[in-house]
Design a protein around this ligand. Structure first.
Ligand SMILES: Cc1cc2nc3c(=O)[nH]c(=O)nc-3n(C[C@H](O)[C@H](O)[C@H](O)COP(=O)(O)O)c2cc1C
Length: 160
């Protein structure tokens, strides 16, 4: 039993600002996630969480790999397209990466990974990837997801 409902949990989590990542794999297939994060520097590991109801996640799993395409401000339409019905690659420019996962044009960064572990995470699966190739894109403004809306992440102070 919990002392809060699902709506309160969603609201609390929506106060946590994240970046927005288009996870791609050969097919091509893809889905947008906000649950992407780095895990380890040595070895280089990242993760994202895939909903267990996702139709795309089994196709990514079958490929054994994914590329995390970090979206830039102005790429909200890619985020919408990669989370909705229809052809997710319609009008989207990309190149196949060194292992076949699409590298989307003009993104902030591409992080190409081999899937090395999966862990149960309630109604999601925690997917861990070992990074094997990086493309660092233009140093532009990132796309940010906060309170269920897209924002751009501008610099407030030059260092942390
Ligand atoms: C901003 C944003 C963030 C999302 N984050 C996740 C996420 O972290 N994990 C996930 O499984 N789905 C996430 N989704 C939903 C998926 O993009 C997609 O809509 C869902 O997986 C259904 O499509 P599918 O059945 O093809 O997977 C997010 C959607 C949006 C718009």
């Amino acid at each position: 039993m919990t002392a809060f409902d699902a709506a309160a949990f969603r609201t609390a989590m929506s106060r946590f600002a994240t970046g927005v990542v288009a996870v791609t794999a050969p097919g091509p297939v893809g889905m947008v996630v906000s649950s992407f994060t780095s895990v380890s520097l040595d070895p280089p590991l990242v993760l994202f969480c895939a909903g267990n109801e996702s139709a795309t996640w089994p196709r990514i799993r079958d490929s054994g790999q994914f590329c995390a395409n970090v979206l830039a401000a102005g790429q909200e339409s890619i985020a919408r397209q990669f989370s909705g019905p229809g052809d997710r690659y319609r009008g989207i420019g990309y190149l196949p990466g060194p292992h076949g996962s699409p590298l989307l044009n003009d993104v902030h960064a591409c992080v190409d990974c081999e899937i090395v572990a999966e862990y149960p995470g309630g109604d999601h699966t925690i997917v861990v990837g070992r990074v094997r190739h990086l493309d660092i894109g233009r140093d532009t403004v990132p796309l940010v997801f906060h309170r269920s809306r897209f924002h751009d992440g501008r610099v407030l102070s030059p260092t942390c």
